[in-house]
Design a protein around this ligand. Structure first.
Ligand code: ADP
Ligand code: MG
Length: 681
């Protein structure tokens, strides 16, 4: 017989015909291991209770004797109600089952049955959920997620069979000493009690163990990759310190202490012969771009080429523009590469040649950078701005354009600590935790739609004093066309109000990129006092003279988006304002507006966002590299996550990690799951 493995497909199980296999596959269950960790999503306490033990609306199993012929009433094709009387001790209860007419055939007067259901004291009624004929039910039963094609009980039978046959292969990944320290169950026991707990206590303990196990595996994988990277040779970037100092001294402002700190962290990484993999986190407006510019300049003084990738054309153009100006006195050749720039194929070809020949030192661009035609002579540093906007694959493709280039990823999405652990466990993190000194907190006001005139007058007053303003038109996620149309309407209204004394510009996703670029340039050069725009201005745009951000139908935006939009102002020394016009329809919407009014702190806002929406939504799980945990919830189970991370770190970084026999299961797990993955993420 062939050797068994947890990786066996579920089709090896008896009774697993093609139909059922497909049904299980659809539930995400492909292998025996998947099946064994396909845990019940809830448990029903089916233990039998006496009526006088039960509170109103409590669920339990009640035993009695069928005292009347079942009656089935049907409504329409699918709906039905089955009623019968049940004699329990001296009392007679009415039992009702919805939509299970076939149960009638199992009922006859005088028969002893158990009914699991919800008890209504006043009406002396049970709404039945399960019917047991003879034998006692399991006292505490796991309920499985199922589908139209496969019933929960069938899933359970497969789990039982798999557990019987394969339990011997369940080898502990969490080292025994750690299990003991936290009173966790060994894996085989844990899997058993997740599926077939005898009591609620057993189920709870198994769940705690399973959550720890899941987080521990994930963290151990990340820590292991990190350790491995630190042993691998990367690029040594021997930058010229005195040139770098001159460059920093010539900046138009002094770096904040937080910026200085992260510049030091990055520079020390550049020097090291390990591949830098660093996340630069900083709230909107904290000044990440200049930090990137310093890193880029450092790499260039050491003779390397650099690439900076941004998620939108507008942003790429802005960076290219800003950096060319910043680098102009320093003899750095900067190029812009997007799908529309250079516009002609010949121009693109020429740019590729210059990149390959090494006479462009910095290329700024969008996804266009990761196309196959783009080849570098010696790419030493890769920077991604707003990195959460890119997929893992895209970031990797850019990295692969060089020979182990150093990587700096920037994000303003303030990831709460909980999620940072899971999402960025394998990266080193630098945080800019203060804004430039001259900034005044943005004042945020919330207007109802009826008060829109007040908001617009406020904006008007500001403009009279020389300010520039953004007006963000309502978000329409389903259609860029409708969104653009909406923006045009707002534009027409605002033009009627402000022209001819003050000019109004219009920016939306349906403009050609050259048109967008022109509008941004004009706004920057203050040809417009007001820019009506869709969310195309959401990320990165930096126009320090703009100090008013008016957001229409603000309830349509999530907190993170609102914070990003608000971050388009407050970028200079003048007092800035954010005006939210919105009639939220529910409490969440109101809570969002109130949060915005109360705080400017991106981390607090992210935490709030998380509470209101949950992590998957906040990060767009896949995009941000957030793993899909099966049992653990990084927010709800933060404590366990932190312990698991700490223990994983301790184990992996211990000098005798490879020799310690209690790590055998862990090491073989890491071999299976991590070592054959190449690349950083
Ligand atoms: P973000 O972190 O949101 O990407 P930017 O890098 O665009 O922020 O910087 C925001 C604005 O602050 C820019 O106009 C930038 O020139 C300016 N800035 C950056 N660092 C400082 C500083 N230390 N002092 C004053 N202004 C700064
Ligand atoms: Mg930025």
């Amino acid at each position: 017989m062939q050797e068994r493995s947890l990786a066996d497909p579920i089709s090896v199980l008896k009774g697993a015909g093609p139909k059922r296999v497909v049904a299980l596959n659809k539930l995400g269950v492909n292998t025996i291991e998947d099946l064994l960790t396909f845990y019940p999503f809830r448990y029903d306490d089916l233990s039998t209770k006496r009526l006088d033990e039960l509170a109103d609306q409590e669920k339990a199993t009640i035993k009695g004797t069928v005292a009347s012929q079942p009656v089935v009433a049907r409504f329409g094709r699918k709906k039905s109600r089955l009623n019968f009387r049940l004699l329990v001790d001296q009392a007679v209860l009415m039992v009702t089952f919805f939509n299970q007419p076939y149960l009638a055939s199992r009922l006859e007067i005088g028969l002893e049955v158990g009914v699991y259901g919800k008890y209504d004291v006043k009406r002396q009624q049970i709404t039945g959920m399960k019917l047991f004929s003879a034998a006692d039910p399991d006292d505490f039963a796991g309920i499985y997620r199922a589908s139209k094609e496969i019933r929960p009980n069938t899933v359970k039978q497969f789990v039982q069979e798999a557990y019987q046959e394969y339990q011997g292969l369940l080898v502990d990944v969490v080292p025994r000493p750690i299990q003991q320290k936290y009173r966790l169950e060994p894996l085989a026991q844990q899997v058993h009690d997740m599926h077939f707990p005898a009591t609620k206590q057993a189920a709870d303990l198994a769940r705690r163990s399973a959550i720890f196990e899941e987080f521990f595996r994930y963290q151990a994988g990340l820590q292991f990759m990190k350790k491995k990277q630190h042993h691998e040779l990367g690029t040594v970037i021997n930058y010229d310190n005195s040139q770098l100092k001159d460059f920093i001294a010539a900046l138009p402002f002094e770096l904040t202490p937080a910026q200085k700190k992260v510049v030091n962290e990055i520079c020390s990484d550049l020097h090291h012969p390990v591949q830098m993999n660093r996340l630069l986190q900083g709230d909107v407006g904290s000044g990440k771009t200049v930090v990137a510019a310093i890193a880029i300049y450092a790499a260039i003084t050491a003779g390397y080429q650099c690439a900076l990738m941004a998620p939108t054309e507008i942003l790429a153009e802005q960076h290219a523009d800003k950096l060319s100006r910043l680098f102009a006195p320093w003899n750095v050749n900067v190029a812009l590469l997007t799908s529309s720039n250079p516009s002609k194929a010949a121009g693109k070809r020429e740019l590729y040649q210059h990149l390959a020949a090494g006479d462009i030192q910095l290329v700024v661009g969008t996804h266009a950078l990761i196309q196959a035609d783009v080849v570098f002579q010696n790419l030493g540093l890769v920077v991604t701005d707003e990195q959460h906007r890119f997929g893992v694959e895209q970031r990797k493709l850019l990295r692969l354009k060089g020979k182990e280039p150093d990587v700096l990823a920037m994000t303003a999405t303030p990831i709460p600590r909980t999620l940072a652990i899971t999402t960025y466990g394998e990266m080193d993190v630098s945080v800019i935790d203060q804004l430039p000194r001259d900034r005044k907190p943005i004042e945020t006001k919330w207007y109802s739609k009826k008060q829109i005139n007040a908001a617009v007058s406020f904006l008007f007053e500001q403009i009279k004093n020389g300010a520039q303003a953004f007006i963000v038109s309502p978000l329409i996620e389903e259609s860029e066309m409708l969104e653009a149309q909406n923006a045009r309407e707002v534009f027409a209204k605002m033009s009627a109000l402000f022209e001819p004394n003050y000019h109004v510009g219009l920016l939306h996703g349906q403009l050609k990129s050259s048109e967008k670029e022109q509008v941004m340039q004009d706004f920057k050069q203050q040809k417009y006092a007001v820019l009506v725009a869709t969310t195309v201005v959401e990320v990165g745009i930096d126009i320090p003279n703009a100090t008013v951000m008016l957001i229409l139908d603000a309830e349509r935006f999530g907190l993170a988006q609102l914070h990003q939009l608000r971050g388009r102002v407050g970028r200079g020394s003048r007092q800035s304002y954010c005006l939210l016009v919105s009639d939220p329809k529910n409490d969440y919407g109101k809570a969002r507006m109130e949060t915005m009014v109360q705080t400017n702190d991106g981390f607090l806002i992210a935490q709030k966002d998380l509470e209101l929406r949950g992590p998957g939504e906040v990060l767009g799980s896949k995009q941000a590299g957030m793993p899909d945990f099966k049992v653990g919830d990084p927010v709800e189970n933060l404590n366990i996550l932190q312990y698991a991370q700490q223990e994983a770190h301790n184990v992996i970084s211990a000098p005798n990690f490879d020799q310690d026999p209690s790590n055998a299961g862990l090491i073989s797990y890491l071999r299976r799951s991590v070592l054959d993955r190449n690349g950083l993420d």
